[in-house]
Design a protein around this ligand. Structure first.
Ligand SMILES: Nc1nc2c(ncn2[C@@H]2O[C@H](COP(=O)(O)OP(=O)(O)OP(=O)(O)O)[C@@H](O)[C@H]2O)c(=O)[nH]1
Ligand SMILES: [Mg+2]
Length: 252
């Protein structure tokens, strides 16, 4: 398996949609999920680099594992659900301290998911690969219908016919981002701007999902280059390879 150059970690309360965001980005699908146990990762090739993206469990019982997953992370995606004020509060109360084990130059993004439930603009969004799951299903085999859907003005009613009240606004997220930067001891000059690092996404329609991951990947490139340089300066010894060489030489 390819060795990851850098690690990106998704953190956040259960049910906010961490696994769904990863499925949407990596598999271009919105599919049924079960609550994550422990953690799992995908390996993403980004140009010549390999990035591991870690999905973690939001359930309280797995809380103890969080700081282990964050160890050495170059970027952390703090995820909440825009329809749940509590999920934003949990980031500050329960998850922020887990990030203490991340790299000192770790990048933080705040992500409000499920915005398709509250905002018309996210309901008919297009995945960058083509139609989002819901739309492609709705328009399958009917080019005219698809054209009509794309041209339709944003409607305030969701595909399921209901709109939920947004409990967390982007301004709330920006305020939390400021507190996170203060917690990390970063001042105005060294922190990335909040408007660049606070996202609203929908794993369901694909809204803003590519933008989230790709913005982060571009931002972690300096970390990758630094790590590659460090590895060059102090190369590690592959014990398995040494063992193989020894056994080869002893039998001849
Ligand atoms: N409407 C809508 N529902 C979503 C979205 N993302 C996830 N969901 C739903 O929210 C529920 C939880 O999603 P998961 O991706 O499993 O959440 P999670 O954060 O991984 O949860 P844990 O693994 O328990 O920490 C599922 O029923 C998803 O279908 C979204 O963008 N919009
Ligand atoms: Mg999950």
């Amino acid at each position: 398996m390819k060795k990851p150059d850098v690690k990106v970690v998704l953190l956040g309360d259960m049910n906010v949609g961490k696994t769904s965001l990863l499925h949407r980005y990596m598999e271009r699908k919105f599919k049924d999920t079960v609550s994550t146990v422990g953690g799992a990762f995908y390996l993403k090739q980004w140009g010549p680099y390999n990035i591991s993206i870690w999905d973690t469990a939001g359930r309280e019982q797995f809380h103890g594992l969080g700081s282990m997953y964050c160890r050495g992370a170059a970027a952390i995606i703090l995820t909440y659900d825009v329809t749940s004020w509590q999920s934003l509060g949990e980031l500050e109360e329960r998850f922020l301290s887990l990030t203490d084990t991340a790299n000192h130059d770790c990048i933080y993004a705040l992500v409000g998911n499920k915005v398709d439930l509250t905002d018309a603009k996210a309901q008919l969004s297009q995945d960058s690969d083509g139609l989002s799951e819901d739309r492609s299903t709705a328009a399958a085999g009917d080019e005219e219908e698809r054209t009509e859907l794309q041209a339709a003005p944003a409607s305030p009613v969701s595909l399921s016919g209901s709109v939920l009240r947004k409990q967390v606004t982007l301004e709330d997220a920006v305020a939390l981002y400021g507190r996170i930067m203060r917690y990390k001891g970063l001042d105005e000059t060294s922190k990335l701007p909040a408007d660049k690092m606070c996202f609203e996404t929908s794993a369901k329609t694909g809204y803003n999902v590519d933008a989230l991951f790709e913005t982060l990947f571009d931002l972690v490139l300096p970390s990758i280059l630094r790590k590659r340089n460090e590895d060059k300066e102090s190369p590690t010894v592959d014990l398995e390879e040494v063992g193989n060489k020894r056994s080869r030489s002893s039998c001849c």
